[in-house]
Design a protein around this ligand. Structure first.
Ligand SMILES: NC(=O)c1ccc[n+]([C@@H]2O[C@H](COP(=O)([O-])OP(=O)(O)OC[C@H]3O[C@@H](n4cnc5c(N)ncnc54)[C@H](OP(=O)(O)O)[C@@H]3O)[C@@H](O)[C@H]2O)c1
Length: 270
């Protein structure tokens, strides 16, 4: 068991990619700290994994869009001396519509979760990893963070681009230590993501080869952070599109994303 005795904290563990990270790290022997808002889901997953893998699981129900949440989580873990050896910042959602169609409060809540919580959680747990000279930090970004911005879901791409750059900076700062930092950049992945943001109807019209199951995405990310692969893009299609977006002249790449994203990102009133 590769991670026996290590503790992995996963945000957004109640569904999709986060629950898949939990199952995968549990199968590899890690103890888990599962964080999300839906406590009933976390309890069910904890019961399943404690029974099957003989590991310890803690759950913390928290809304990471609240500024105080990361501090409350790290405070609770410090109180019972639980270290965080592996941090997977994953909780997220998409905010449909064009920029001016969403109120500032909606954008602010989005940025709190998608940027601030990732940075705060990293700030809380990275010092302990450096002290112990062992740690793994995965920021769950997206292909959207590696291609030009699109119309609709306006702050999604910029927030994911931030995470790519953040993971690179943390990797550079941790060079020569036992702490590895990666950004995972998935493309379309089967999860509850498109149900939550109400785009299931649109994305289900896209070709199936554009989609991946969460399991290979997560297995690839866990292997990537081990080998200090800082920006990891899972799957041949996602690798091709991110390569193309870089290889094409900027205006062409911009036009490509603009045209393709029209298929699954709309104005609210459409
Ligand atoms: N699926 C894709 O196609 C895709 C592609 C690229 C990147 N991603 C990224 O992958 C990550 C995981 O998404 P997913 O596809 O697994 O979606 P998902 O199935 O909808 O899961 C999202 C998770 O985030 C949690 N979450 C949402 N808001 C939260 C909040 N305010 N506080 C705490 N937890 C919160 C949800 O739990 P609760 O509702 O219980 O709080 C849930 O566990 C996201 O960062 C997403 O941007 C997804």
């Amino acid at each position: 068991m590769e991670y026996q005795g290590k503790w992995a904290l996963i945000t957004g563990a109640s569904a999709g990619i986060g629950a898949t990270f939990a199952r995968s790290y549990a199968a590899k022997g890690a103890n888990l700290i599962l964080v999300a808002r839906r406590e009933d889901r976390l309890r069910e997953l904890a019961a399943e994994l404690e029974g099957a893998s003989g590991i310890k699981v803690k759950i913390i129900a928290a809304d990471l869009a609240e500024d105080a949440a990361p501090k409350i989580i790290s405070g609770a873990l410090a109180q019972d001396a639980t270290p965080v050896d592996i941090l997977v910042n994953n909780a997220g959602y998409g905010l449909p519509g064009f920029f001016t169609e969403n109120a500032w409060t909606a954008h602010r809540g989005f940025l709190e979760l998608m940027i601030n919580s990732y940075v705060q959680m990293t700030r809380a747990f990275l010092p302990g990893m450096l002290e112990r000279n062992w740690g793994r930090v995965i920021q769950v970004s997206s292909v959207a963070g590696l291609v030009p911005g699109s119309a609709g879901h306006t702050l999604y791409g910029p927030s994911k681009a931030f995470l790519v750059s953040f993971a690179q900076s943390i990797a550079a700062e941790c060079d020569g230590t036992g702490v590895n930092s990666s950004a995972l950049c998935p493309g379309f992945t089967y999860s509850e993501f498109h149900d939550v943001n109400n785009t299931r109807g649109l994305v289900s019209q896209l070709p199936k080869y554009m989609f991946m199951k969460a399991e290979p995405v997560v297995e690839g990310a866990i292997a990537a952070v081990e080998r200090r692969h800082v920006v990891y893009v899972p799957g041949a299609w996602n690798k091709f599109t991110t390569w193309l977006a870089k290889a094409l002249p900027r205006p062409w790449a911009h036009a490509m994303v603009k045209n393709q994203s029209k298929k699954f990102r709309k104005r609210k009133d459409n």
